[in-house]
Design a protein around this ligand. Structure first.
Ligand SMILES: Nc1ncnc2c1ncn2[C@@H]1O[C@H](COP(=O)(O)OP(=O)(O)OP(=O)(O)O)[C@@H](O)[C@H]1O
Ligand SMILES: [Mg+2]
Length: 290
């Protein structure tokens, strides 16, 4: 008997997003922007797919369309087998619990006037989950899970470093026990040493909670450490997709080769046990090269 593959948690089929041209006050109107031009991929439960490509290649647009922040021009997004376009408002709310988003900029994305505990608790309040006491308990559990001290609960975002703020963002995204996170360059705004810590945290959380990730990144050194598969985007299209090791060792498309040539790639044979310290070194090395 053949093994049946697990059903993908996310299926994106021939996704197209064209932003309408903007009317200008002066001069000619801007033409429409074909940001995503027929993108298809799947993500399996517990898997990380990295989406890489240079600035403007359409990565964030793919993420925003999956999240429903933007509506697709055409194509479909299936989450756990259901078509997001067919969802009622209630179903969309329910789906929101299962699929959460982590922003790139932990400075801009956290409300400054709220203490950390409230920021993390807010999704529970909005969805009316548990009693006030249970919500408080859940916040403490989340703080612990992302490696923040319990006494941080009453403090404000401006008192924290970028790495700590991104931990708050991750705790908030986890509050509703999602099955999948879309992470749009979650570490690019952070210092190199901090990047490795946050990447390690994300790996640990994935293992512990069985999460699926769509992980958007510029930095190929990071991708190697977090993702099993990688999709390379260029000008709104996926030009290459496959297992990370295959794509890194035998890139087929010229664009992938060019991307790889611009970043030093750490030796894939060096796997555990000293993984943690190595990630720090790798990322630092990748960044120090001009
Ligand atoms: N709201 C918008 N209106 C019009 N054009 C947009 C909008 N958002 C993005 N674009 C354009 O769509 C294209 C893809 O942008 P997108 O932000 O998806 O790229 P990206 O790969 O995430 O880039 P980066 O690495 O810089 O984050 C770009 O040309 C961008 O200027
Ligand atoms: Mg982007």
């Amino acid at each position: 008997m053949s093994e049946t593959a697990p059903r993908p948690i996310l299926v994106v089929e021939d996704l197209v997003k064209t932003y309408p041209g903007r009317r200008m006050l002066i001069g000619r109107p801007k033409p429409p922007v074909p940001a995503v031009r027929g993108v298809s991929f799947e993500i399996k439960p517990g898997e990380t797919l990295a989406l890489v490509g240079e600035s403007g290649s359409g990565k964030s647009t793919v993420a925003k369309t999956i999240m429903g922040f933007e509506s697709p021009t055409s194509g479909t997004v299936l989450f756990e087998g259901a078509n997001l376009a067919d969802f009622t408002a209630a179903e969309t709310r329910a789906m929101r619990r299962e699929l959460q988003f982590v922003f790139q900029d932990p400075y801009a994305s956290l409300p400054g006037r709220m203490p950390i505990g409230e920021i993390i608790r807010e999704p529970l309040d909005i969805h009316r989950i548990g009693t006030p006491a249970q919500r408080r308990e859940r916040v403490r559990e989340l703080l612990q899970q992302v490696g923040l001290k319990l006494e941080f609960e009453t403090r404000y975002p401006h008192e924290f470093s970028g790495g700590q703020r991104q931990r708050v963002g991750i705790a908030r995204a986890l509050a509703l026990e999602p099955r999948m996170l879309i992470l749009d360059e979650p570490v690019s705004a952070l210092d190199v040493s901090i990047q490795a810590q946050v990447i390690n945290l994300l790996s640990d959380l994935q293992e512990e909670l069985g999460l699926s990730y769509l992980f958007i990144a510029h930095d190929l050194a990071i991708v190697r450490h977090i993702a099993q598969r990688v999709a390379v985007m260029n000008k709104g299209q996926i030009v290459e997709i496959g297992e990370v090791d295959d794509v890194f060792e035998r890139p087929q498309h010229w664009y992938t080769k060019a991307l790889l040539a611009s970043v030093p790639i750490p030796d894939p044979r060096l796997r555990d046990p000293e993984r943690r310290s190595r990630i720090t070194a790798d990322v630092a090395a990748a960044r120090e090269k001009p």
